[in-house]
Design a protein. Structure first.
Lengths: 88, 367
């Protein structure tokens, strides 16, 4: 199934500047795997080697924050990749 | 031509000199907003440069250039710990902190050090990185590194013996100096004689805080160390560090981050002392920055401050001071205040060659 993924600006170097791309998968993990196949390197900048969401990243499915990569994604959903940083 | 790579908290800059190293031209930033911890040219393939980077948001990675930094490409597989199994501690690289080219006989081999402390190796010029299990999974690792610090401990000063590709040293802050003679399969602490004033038992074999270790290229049995607790020299095969910082003026002490060795004279080294009193300001002592030089392997030290500001409260981090390889070596350091200082007479006098850059994390020379 296809969803929309909104990509935060720090990751635009991977998507050739696109802020919105299509994603495929039934879970967040599958959608991120799909992104990685098409935009190599993007996943590791968001997800660490233990499959944890990095401290300054937030992933939302529609308006709900997903804290687990097993979170289900349905056709037509929007996955938001949001960067959360404080300080200068 | 001399060139300096400047890794800063906000991007990558370069300084290029004329033949006399009098005039310097600033280039950059590249990767504006990226945190650049280390930039290192490959002496075996001078067009190749590796850079350790991350951003405030994104995970750590390595970028590679094969055209002297004109263009860059991200590593396909950046340094990462192996996946934890069972109830193991699930470690993740927070930052790639240090890069070292491998031995001359192993083109394409690189090492990387991370925070939390991890050692990684690439055999394809930094494109793919693998954890060095001999260190990262060593049964003593958690004891060697204690509990680190809230910011994570740093693995740095990865030294490859120019006579033997399998002989390695590493420094861990906090953890100590460790040695391997089998290409990283096994490791042993090498901290005898080094103070650890901050520990309940200062005589422990590990848990020390080396800030920077240097191996002399022309005399590889000679190591220098700038530690949290002093300046040391070790001449192998000896195993007891001698505190050569005891010869520093008492009012200056022997705390600092970097230590730089002369490219050909094993008796000459430079340090940049910082204030390690009370709450550890880590600034220039009394606001009067100075480099100190030994020409007799640490038996005596000379203060070198001609040209440096009469008052400045900067810090110089461990990767932010280097020497070039000229017959009369140039010395360079970058400050947390974003200035770069240079000397072409062994440190006798200094001049500022770049100002108002972001906080400087690393300064490295490229031929």
């Amino acid at each position: 199934m296809t969803c929309t993924v909104r990509i935060a600006s720090p990751l635009h170097s991977y998507t050739a500047g696109a802020s919105r791309v299509d994603g495929r998968g039934a879970t967040l993990a599958e959608v991120l795997g799909d992104l990685e196949r098409r935009f190599p390197g993007i996943r590791f900048r968001m997800i660490d080697e233990q499959d944890r969401i990095r401290p300054h990243m937030r992933l939302f499915i529609n308006s709900s924050e997903a804290r687990d990569l097993a979170a289900p994604v349905r056709g037509g959903d929007t996955v938001h990749v949001i960067c959360a940083l404080s300080g200068g | 031509m001399s060139m300096l790579w400047l890794g800063t908290r906000k991007g990558l800059f370069a300084l290029r000199a004329d033949a006399q190293r009098r005039s310097w031209k600033l280039a950059g930033p590249q990767f504006l907003g990226h945190i650049i911890h280390h930039v290192v040219q490959d002496p075996r393939a001078p067009r190749s440069v590796l850079m350790a980077a991350k951003t405030g948001h994104l995970g750590p990675t390595v970028f590679r250039s094969s055209d002297r930094g004109r263009t860059w490409r991200e590593a396909a597989q950046p340094p990462a710990f192996r996946k934890a199994v069972g109830g193991e501690e699930a470690r993740a690289v927070e930052r790639v902190f240090w890069l070292t080219p491998g031995h001359a006989s192993e083109p394409g081999v690189w090492y990387a050090g991370s925070s939390p402390a991890g050692l990684f190796r690439s055999e394809d010029s930094g494109e793919h990185w693998q954890p060095v299990a001999g260190f990262n999974d060593h049964p003593m690792r958690t004891k060697w590194i204690l509990n680190g610090t809230p910011d994570g401990e740093f693995l740095h000063s990865i030294l490859v013996d120019p006579r033997d590709a399998r002989h390695l040293y590493i420094g861990i802050s906090i953890g100590g100096v460790f040695e391997s003679s089998d290409a990283g399969s096994t490791w042993a602490p090498l901290n005898e004689g080094v103070a650890a004033d901050f520990l309940p038992d200062p005589g422990v074999p590990f848990g020390h805080d080396p800030h920077c270790i240097a191996q002399h290229p022309a005399k590889p049995d000679r190591l220098y160390q700038q530690n949290h607790c002093g300046i040391y020299r070790l001449d192998r095969p000896g195993s007891r560090w001698e505190r050569i910082g005891n010869a520093m003026p008492k009012k200056i002490g022997d705390v600092g981050f970097p230590i730089v060795v002369h490219p050909t004279d094993p008796d000459t080294a430079w340090v940049l002392p910082m204030d390690g009193q009370t709450v550890w300001p880590r600034t220039s002592i009394g606001g009067k920055p100075a480099v100190y030089r030994t020409r007799d392997a640490g038996r005596s030290w000379q203060r070198l401050d001609r040209g440096l500001p009469a008052q400045a409260w900067f810090t110089v981090l461990r990767q932010a001071m280097c020497a070039d390889r000229n017959a009369h070596p140039g010395l360079y350091f970058g400050t947390t205040g974003g200035d770069v200082w240079a000397s072409t007479n062994g440190g006798d006098s200094w001049r500022c060659i770049a100002r108002h850059l972001p906080e400087i994390y690393s300064v490295s020379h490229a031929a």
